[in-house]
Write a protein that binds this ligand. Sequence first.
Ligand SMILES: [Zn+2]
Length: 179
Amino acid sequence: MKNAIFLILISLFLQQCAHKKVDLTKPQQTKTMEDNTHANNPYYSRTDKTKLNVSNAEWKKILPAEVYAIAREANTEYPFTGKYNDFDEVGEYFCAVCGNHLFRSSSKFASTCGWPSFFEADKDGVIYKRDSSHGMERIEVLCKRCESHLGHVFNDGPPPTGTRYCMNSASLDFQRDKK
Ligand SMILES: [Zn+2]
């Protein structure tokens, strides 16, 4: 699987920051970084790894509109608008839909493309899917537990992996390390 992904990544060499824009009427910065917005979400857990099989009709009732549009309908937030784009706190990133662990802040790097970018993902946190939409060949990154859309992965990242996970802030939750 890893080799297959690597080969596909090579084929995507020239594709950078190719994103479909979503016309959201509100900016993505209306929430504070660590507020508890999951009180109405019975599926949210940072410890339960059980795979979820929840319909979009159900998610639509539970999730904030902007999270639903991006995570469940694979839209992309405007560049430079996401709350974690220009953000370098130390801690852990989780799926905003189900709470599954996705990234550690030590794998985040300052990308100029306008979306939060990581050079490495939690191997138990994400899965990959070929995405041929919008006339492009890309690799979509999804949450392994709930299969929500997180973003895409490219092979133009920095060392040590050379990989760039280009993510939507709306699909992410952040938990700052406790001092
Ligand atoms: Zn998830």
